[in-house]
Design a binder for this molecule. Sequence first.
Ligand code: NAI
Ligand code: DG6
Length: 510
Amino acid sequence: LGGNGSNAVTPRFQPGQIAPLQRSETASEIQVVYQHRFTLVDDAETSYQPVCQEKRVVTQKLVPKVGVMLVGLTGNNGSTFVAGILANKHKVSWETRTGTKSPNFFGSFSQSATARVGFKRDEKTGAFSDVHKPISEILPMARPVDFVMGGWDMSGVNMYQACKRAQVLEPTLLDQLKPELERIIPLPAALNPDFIAGNQTDRVDNVLSGTDRELIEQLRSDIRAMKTLVDKVVVLWTANTEKCLKPEIETVEDLQERIREGKALPASVLYCVAAIEEQVLFINGSPQNTFHPAVIEYARQHGSLLAGSDFKSGQTRFKTVMGDFLIGSGIRISACASYNHLGNNDGRNLQDPMCFDSKKNSKSGVLNDAIRSNAILYPEGKDHIDHEVVIKYVPAVGDSKRALDEYTSDIFMNGRNTISSYNVCEDSLLAAPIMIDLVVLGELLSRIKVDGNSLGPLLSYLSFFLKAPDTNQPNYVVNSFTRQRQILTSLLMVAAGIIPDDGTLLFAHF
Ligand code: NAI
Ligand code: DG6
């Protein structure tokens, strides 16, 4: 920086004019007027028109007490989420054969990641350095340790038994949390067994009965009970992957008629409708098509928010990084063969071919935007890559998922480049921090308005955490790791009144 071949520092930096951003803050909100700049390209893709739109971004500052209602409370993700948060809340340490361990929130973007918010310049030397801030400090956000946690499960075991069944967390930790965990009992579930695998029946002992409308009303009453304890409720689906309902429900009238006539909708739709009618955020952590066009429209009509679908925790996230790396470097991925096996109840449920199909679709689309971004590597008609996704159930490995991927790429002068990866990890220890992020950031996004409008009905900005992001522009979905992270981080910065820089470093180099 500032170098000219000698050791002397060239004082080239000229403090510029103040950038055009207005920020004001009251006791209740942060208001930012931001000049949003981007480029419009004409149809022929030959002319580039700079555009500047003034956007007014207002964030409510008051952090509510958040009630998290998990659908699938006593599953592996649900139990790991609850026990992990309680361990952090009570700062419980535990013994293992490799020493004493203490709790953390590693793997959570909102709790353990930072964003580069600007530069610092040393007045004496003229040297620049980056300034990074914890994501959690950019705007006022809920703390996971303050969550009030509850929810539903079709299996009625208490949370201590659920944690033991999951075999994810150490008994020396769970025993210390036992009295509190034992007090957490799941509410009876709304279930439509036709949409999950037949092999799940031995788990079912805690379900509601009634028509679809009666089930929705009961779920609404459960949500209202949580509302009496907290300021804001979030419902998060972390229950079994369902089969997709096809054809999709197109209109609100059709949706309402099906509910009236008791046409046995998938349970995820019932929970989602209950959340919409109670105007609480519903997040879909599984791949099934809960967000039918009718459901999205219903949410819009109620001013409710949705986010989904399918937590992006390990193998798929890695794939989006590999897309950035390879295609972003001008290397043509020609095949991606992804295989994984796992032995938890999720793996068992995914043995059903139609449940597996939901997951396969969700896992298979993540390279599409990277492929579309490069017509040199993927000209029209040659944009197919062999992309295979295989999932096998191997009970012996429990929650410790094995993921093997092979990326075959075409390189310089028709050479071949093959990269293989092998990942072993507790699936739920990857998913729980992402569930935390979806709740913390989903709640925050529900307090942000742009030009007076909410960011809904779909919280597209949560795409970073989701394998198959549902967005307000269904034709414009970003999967790239780098871009998704940047979009989210930039929004948070803008809402806080910090201009994300354009990345050229011109001020420093010239
Ligand atoms: P799990 O099978 O251990 O837990 C699911 C729970 O949902 C079970 O306790 C089951 O009894 C309950 N359940 C099923 N239907 C229900 C209903 N209608 N109402 C209430 N409870 C119901 O599965 P796990 O590992 O916790 O995963 C949960 C979901 O998250 C799955 O759909 C999985 O595909 C998805 N997921 C998991 C990821 C991970 O890394 N662990 C990542 C991406 C998605
Ligand atoms: C087998 O793939 C089970 C799945 O539920 C995954 O573990 C989960 O979807 C996580 O997927 P990924 O691709 O983000 O690791």
